[in-house]
Design a protein around this ligand. Structure first.
Ligand code: DX5
Ligand code: ZN
Length: 223
C-alpha cells in the first residue's frame, strides 16, 4: 500500500517543513492538487511552484490535474518534475489521447473519476492508463466527508483492473482517515491520498505511521 499525502491541507508558508515531515513519516508519494478555478471552484498552484518543490524531495510527485483542457499543460507539469499526471475523464472528450500523450512524455498516466461518473466509463480506456483514481469527495477542497458510495466504485474498479490491466494502480482521494482507511484498502485501493487526516494533526509523520498500521491491521480482516 502506498500513502500519498496531499499538500493541499499543509500550511503553504511552511511547505518545506511539511514535505520533510511526510518524508520522516515514510510517505511513498507527494500528492499535488492542481486546480484552475474553472474545472473546480478553487485555485491552487501551477508548474512554477511544483518545479520549486521538486528541489525539496526525491519522493515521486503524483500530480492531480483538476483543470480544464489538461492537454495544454502536460509538458509544463512534466518538465516541472511530475512523475505521474492524472487527468479527469470529465475534463474533456479526448481523454484517451491525453493519457497517451502523458505516457509519451514518460510519466505515469492516470485517469480520475468524479463521484457522479460510473466506473463503466473506464471500460474503453483501462488498458491505456497506469493509474485509476476514484474521487471519494467532489473535487475542489480538502476536509470533506467521504462519500460511502465510493467503496462500491473501488470494488468495481478493482475488478476491472484485475481483469483487464492488472499492473494499473488504484488510488482513492478524499475524506480518508483513521476511521475508514482499512475499508478503502479492503475495497481494493492500493494508493491512498490523505490531506487533512495527515496535515490536520499535530504530528503528520506520526499520523502517517498510525494510518499505515491501521490499514494493515484492520484491512486484512475486512471482506
Ligand atoms: C480534493 C483533493 C484532495 C484533497 C483531499 O479535491 O483532490 O487531494 O486534498 O483532502 P482530504 O484528505 O482532507 O479529503
Ligand atoms: Zn487530489
Amino acid at each position: 500500500m502506498r500513502i500519498a499525502p496531499s499538500l493541499l491541507s499543509a500550511d503553504f508558508t511552511k511547505i518545506a517543513d511539511a514535505i520533510a515531515a511526510i518524508e520522516r513519516g515514510g510517505a511513498d508519494w507527494v500528492h499535488v492538487d492542481v486546480m484552475d478555478g474553472h474545472f473546480v471552484p478553487n485555485i491552487t498552484w501551477g508548474p512554477k511552484i511544483i518545479g520549486d518543490l521538486r528541489k525539496l524531495t526525491k519522493l515521486p510527485f503524483d500530480v492531480h490535474l483538476m483543470i480544464s483542457e489538461p492537454e495544454r499543460y502536460l509538458h509544463d507539469f512534466w518538465e516541472a518534475g511530475a512523475d505521474g499526471l492524472t487527468i479527469h475523464l470529465e475534463a474533456g472528450p479526448h481523454a484517451q489521447r491525453t493519457v497517451t500523450q502523458i505516457r509519451q512524455l514518460g510519466a505515469r498516466a492516470g485517469i480520475v473519476l468524479c463521484p457522479a461518473t460510473p466506473v463503466a466509463m473506464l471500460e474503453d480506456i483501462i488498458e491505456d492508463v497506469d493509474l485509476v483514481l476514484i474521487m471519494s469527495v467532489n473535487p475542489g477542497f480538502g476536509g470533506q466527508a467521504f462519500l460511502p458510495g465510493s467503496l462500491k466504485k473501488l470494488r468495481e474498479a478493482r475488478a476491472l483492473i484485475n481483469a483487464r490491466n492488472p499492473r494499473c494502480l488504484l488510488e482513492v482521494d478524499g475524506g480518508v482517515g483513521k476511521e475508514n482507511i482499512a475499508e478503502v484498502v479492503a475495497a481494493g485501493a492500493d494508493t491512498i491520498v490523505m490531506g487533512s487526516s495527515i496535515f490536520g494533526t499535530p504530528d503528520p509523520a506520526a499520523s502517517i505511521r498510525e494510518l499505515r498500521a491501521l490499514a494493515a491491521r484492520d484491512g486484512a480482516g475486512l471482506p
